[in-house]
Design a protein around this ligand. Structure first.
Ligand SMILES: NC(=O)C1=CN([C@@H]2O[C@H](COP(=O)(O)OP(=O)(O)OC[C@H]3O[C@@H](n4cnc5c(N)ncnc54)[C@H](OP(=O)(O)O)[C@@H]3O)[C@@H](O)[C@H]2O)C=CC1
Ligand SMILES: O=C(O)[C@@H]1CCC=N1
Length: 275
């Protein structure tokens, strides 16, 4: 495992990974997170017990792993301002930014860097993250192991050898917690219309999702079979599933995920040329 990890940016995704790392036993004293605004860092420092810094260069100079966790739209200015300290320190760089390709980020950091692109998701906070990883040619086998160990501390890891596949990972897992949260909203609203108190509908829907996900993960049966096992012939589930199929849920999911992957491509173009 890395000796010291610096997170550039301490927002939603960085906090989720840091929280998951600490819960899995990683020492808070080995983690630094940065932000230009100390008022924003104070709660992170108090809640997680990690080091914080408003100076990205100072934070990079202590790190053997640097996780880039700022919004893609400001990545260029952030990277260019850290170029000298990165070139001096030569840490393993892990970028979690959507859409920005490895060569572009490497160039902004002065070139020649060992760089892993990672597409995580926010359930990393509770140890149920799912991350897709891609390594550039400079990443050593040991550095791959470090990146794997880091992200496995907060969930599962899948390496891809073709960087373009990270767009598919973004659609399948990076953005996907939001699809399920939308489903919870919709189920709660429908449950209320059927007469349940909102809190009851929410608890039942969330517990059912947890149960279904756990069954799907543990079972040797595929999701289609597990679905079929709930559908008594002529029963209630059959009627509900028929409605979802007629409403083209599968087609809608496919279109939404294509749109997600396409947006990742657009961002890569917009941000590498116009930023
Ligand atoms: N949210 C998600 O589910 C996922 C996000 N990602 C990627 O993670 C990255 C971060 O996203 P997210 O956490 O949601 O965004 P947030 O806006 O929550 O976090 C970004 C953080 O960067 C800070 N920041 C701004 N400027 C600097 C700077 N110069 N130096 C250091 N920190 C700075 C911001 O501080 P301030 O608020 O004070 O401006 C903010 O805390 C993005 O690139 C995104 O594509 C990837 C997978 C999933
Ligand atoms: O919506 C986004 O752009 C980021 C990347 C994946 C999840 N959130």
């Amino acid at each position: 495992m890395a000796n010291h990890i610096t997170f550039i940016g301490a927002g939603n995704m960085a906090s989720a990974i840091i929280g998951g790392l600490i819960d899995s036993g990683f020492s808070p004293s080995s983690i630094t997170a940065t932000s230009p605004d100390d008022a924003m860092l104070a709660p992170v420092r108090e809640r997680l017990g990690i080091h914080t810094d408003t100076d990205n260069n100072a934070a990079v100079s202590q790190a053997d792993v640097v996780v880039l966790a700022v919004k893609p739209q400001i990545m260029r200015q952030v990277c260019e301002a850290m170029r000298d300290s990165v070139q001096h320190q030569k840490p393993l760089i892990i970028s979690i930014a959507a859409g920005l390709d490895a060569d572009t980020i490497d160039a902004w950091l002065g070139g020649g860097n060992a760089l892993v692109r990672c597409m995580p998701n926010t359930p990393s906070l509770v140890g149920y993250g799912a991350s897709g990883l891609f390594a550039n040619a400079r990443v050593s086998a040991e550095q791959r192991d470090v990146a794997t160990e880091l992200m496995e501390a907060v969930g599962i890891v899948e390496w891809v050898e073709d960087e373009a596949l990270l767009e598919a990972v973004t659609a399948v897992s990076g953005s996907a917690p939001a699809y399920f949260f939308l489903m919870f909203e919709a189920m709660e609203e429908a449950g209320v219309k059927l007469g349940l108190p909102a809190a009851t509908a929410r608890r039942l829907a969330i517990q059912t999702a947890l149960g279904a996900a756990t069954m799907a993960k543990q079972s040797d049966k595929d999701p289609a079979t597990l679905k079929q096992n709930v559908m008594s012939p002529g029963g209630t589930t059959e009627r509900a599933i028929a409605h979802l199929e007629e409403a083209n849920l599968r087609g809608t999911m496919e279109e939404a995920m294509q749109a997600c992957a396409k947006r990742a491509q657009e961002m890569a173009k917009e941000l590498s040329t116009n930023n």
